[in-house]
Design a protein around this ligand. Structure first.
Ligand code: NHX
Ligand code: ZN
Length: 685
């Protein structure tokens, strides 16, 4: 199927199937408004007529200059001059009426705002009479009602238009620029899923996914369900509805899903759980509905919901903090939709989360996410495979040892490794190298684990000494304990938030014994113990060490059943459904006992650390002085000072013992007579 997809991708180099719809742009509204305003003012014709006064009116009437008077809406009067007056010198400066768009409509030469309408008509008649006008001679005020329909209409429209504009603006803000498809107001309830079709160029395939073998076979099976459903249904099997990818961040859940998209020749919807969440009521549920509607139309297909914990968190918890109804509605809708379509509809849901424990139990039951695929941190061989993938584009020095890199990165996720590879290339580039060397990778790892190196940080000599003895304390104790992790580097160069560190390569194991934890706690306390023994004072610097061991001690007592007084009891809650966080599941008496036991364990560890240091005072000071001088020291220097690590010595002893036993057995087997003799002797007895 891989070939099939690649052919398809290469054959038709189509762009993603997104029909580019003309976006409805709010700017258009402003444009329309502006244009109509301009038109409006033009239609009303240029400048308004000049205002006039009572005395001027008297004047004009006396001079027989007025042709007609029109009283509009009983509010103001318009005065039209006659031809003779217009041509005269006196009114030469008057703007010529009837220019511009309103050419056809004659404009008044003067207007007068009538205060009291009842006195206006008598005033005109009076003036006319005193000017010696005949009774029927014009001008007499004509009364008309004029309505400006355009202005009225506009003023009616303006308010709603403003509202719409405001709303559009808010919409745009809320939908984050209208990502995903048509955008704007019309897609609030639409799902934001990104769709990858047959012709979408998804380049990721299972070949790009290193490690994760088990998870890969699981999802590959899902791809197969969709391609050959008959194979499974003919035997009476039902095709699963969904699979949940669970694992810590950076382990490649999303990438796995993308690879499914690249492999499967079916449409693939990708959406993030947080895309369902919106501040409007009902929008989340509506988006879920829309997503499933779209998916059903395109069946067979795969829907991928990333970070499903955003919607899938258990319902009804923390109800007193104001219930999150909207999210619950969205989840309910998701649950119903997953139940709603028949098994053979050909829609398979993949979801990813790194917090399966907080998911609602209803989501996890069979019939919804039937399968839970655990994606774990890569082990040594998987890391090597991941390194190989990420090193493809990087120019490496000759003879680069990938296996060594994998050994140096325990506990790294796939994303961390990608980061290491990228960072190392950047570091090499900064040093103007033509190839990336091993040292660049080591620097990159240090950077990612410990943060940025801060060589310029000013540290006084006294502090420097404290730091050196603190780190030397860790190193000394760990060197002399049987179950301690191998130490490979000690540094007193400040990095990130720490002033110094002892670097261990933790053994990759699934189980940890009580002895191993106790040793780990002892060497974690070695820093403080050294400070106390050497200077007689302790510092705040041990904060991170103390935090770590306190957590470990509490875990030993209350989770792992590793204390005698508490016994084989665990208060660990893997279901995450009960609210242990608020009420302790044990009595006050037990709580006290737990605290006592924790205190005891830590105190004993501290004594052990001090014992080791007291027995190795000479080595400790030598080491600290070396640290002050070199700032970074490696396991070779430690071996020179202390000899071989206790753990290694014991291991060798054990191996030698096993070997000698073996040779004994071999020599015995080689001399059968002896055995026969022995047997005879035994038989005699
Ligand atoms: C600080 N950090 O934040 C400094 C930079 C003992 C030589 N003050 O155990 O780096 O001291 O083996 C408030 C008060 C962190 C905030 C005290 C945050 C102390 C690491 C601890 C090396 N290596 N410790 C170590 C270290 C520190 C810390 C604090 C704080 C040190 C030690 C931090
Ligand atoms: Zn420390």
């Amino acid at each position: 199927m891989t070939e099939n997809t690649t052919n398809n991708n290469q054959g038709t180099e189509k762009k993603p199937d997104k029909t580019i719809k003309p976006r409805f742009n709010t700017n258009w509204i402003f444009a329309v408004l502006a244009v109509s305003l301009i038109l409006f003012s033009l239609l009303n014709g240029g400048k308004p007529a000049q205002k006039t006064t009572k005395s001027e009116i008297k004047d004009m009437i006396a001079n027989h200059e007025i042709e007609k008077i029109i009283v509009v809406n009983k509010e103001y009067a318009e005065f039209y001059l006659n031809k003779k007056a217009l041509e005269s010198e006196k009114y030469a400066k008057l703007p010529k009426p009837g220019t511009g768009f309103g050419m056809s409509v004659p404009k008044p030469n003067f207007t007068y705002n009538i205060g009291d309408i009842s006195s206006f008509e008598p005033f005109i008649t009076e003036t006319k009479k005193s000017a010696g006008y005949a009774d029927k001679e014009p001008p007499d005020p004509e009364f008309i009602n004029r309505k400006n329909y355009l202005l009225d209409a506009l003023s009616w429209l303006l308010f709603p238009a403003l509202l719409i504009i405001l709303w559009l603006f808010l919409m745009k803000r809320m939908s984050g620029g209208g990502a995903g498809g048509a955008g704007g107001i019309f897609s609030v309830g639409k799902s934001r899923a990104q769709i990858f079709d047959k012709d979408t160029n998804v380049k990721l395939t299972f070949n790009d996914v290193a490690g994760l073998e088990e998870a890969k076979t699981e999802v590959m099976e899902i791809v197969d369900f969709l391609k050959n459903p008959k194979k499974y249904t003919s035997l009476g099997g039902k095709i699963p509805k969904g699979a949940l990818l669970i694992g810590p961040p950076g382990t490649g859940k999303t990438m796995l899903a993308k690879a499914v998209a690249g492999e499967a020749n079916v449409p693939f919807f990708s959406i993030s759980g947080s895309d369902f969440v919106e501040m409007f009521v009902g929008v989340g549920a509506s988006r879920v509905r829309d997503l499933f509607k779209q998916a059903k139309e395109k069946a067979p297909c795969i829907v991928f919901i990333d970070e499903i914990d955003a919607v899938g968190r258990a319902r009804g918890r923390n109800a007193n903090f104001g219930s999150n109804d909207e999210r619950e509605n969205t989840l309910n809708q998701l649950l119903t939709e997953m139940d709603g379509f028949g098994t053979n509809m050909g829609v398979i849901i993949l979801a990813a989360t790194n917090r399966a424990d907080i998911l609602d139990r209803a989501l996890l039951r069979a019939g919804r996410f039937d399968r839970q695929i655990h994606v774990e941190l890569p082990d040594l061989t998987e890391r090597e495979a991941i390194f190989k993938v990420h090193l493809r584009p990087i120019k490496l020095e000759k003879g680069f040892d990938i296996g060594f890199m994998a050994k140096q990165t325990p506990g790294f996720s796939g994303a961390d490794i990608a980061n290491v590879c990228n960072e190392s290339a950047l570091i090499a580039a900064r040093k103007n190298k033509t190839v990336v060397e091993k040292q660049d990778f080591l620097d990159a790892i240090d950077r990612i684990v410990g943060g940025l190196e801060r060589k310029s940080k000013i540290i006084s000599m006294v502090e420097k000494k404290t730091i050196a003895y603190h780190e030397a304390g860790h190193a000394t104790v760990s060197w002399h304990l049987e179950h301690a992790s191998p130490l490979f580097k000690v540094t007193i160069i400040p990095r990130g938030k720490t002033l110094g560190a002892a670097w261990y390569l933790p053994e990759e194991r699934q189980l940890t014994t009580r002895e191993q934890i106790l040793d780990e706690m002892a060497y974690a306390l070695g820093g403080r113990a050294s400070e106390e023994l050497i200077f007689g004072k302790i510092s705040t610097g041990a904060l991170s060490d103390l935090e770590k061991i306190t957590k470990q001690a509490y875990a030993m007592v209350s989770f792992f059943g590793m204390s005698e007084k508490i016994g084989n009891i665990s208060f660990y809650d893997s279901s995450g459904q009960s609210d242990f966080g608020f009420t302790k599941p044990y009595s006050e008496k037990t709580a006290e006992l737990i605290d006592q036991e924790v205190n005891l364990i830590i105190a004993e560890s501290y004594i052990r650390a001090k014992e080791v240091l007291k027995n190795n005072m000479k080595g400790l000071t030598e080491l600290a002085e070396l640290l002050l001088e070199k700032e970074v020291i490696f396991s070779e220097d430690l071996e020179r000072i202390f000899g071989k690590r206790k753990a290694d010595v014991l291991k060798e002893e054990r191996e030698a013992e096993a070997k000698s036993k073996q040779t004994e057995a071999v020599t015995e087997a080689a001399t059968p007579e002896k055995t026969v003799k022995k047997a005879k002797i035994k038989g005699k007895e």
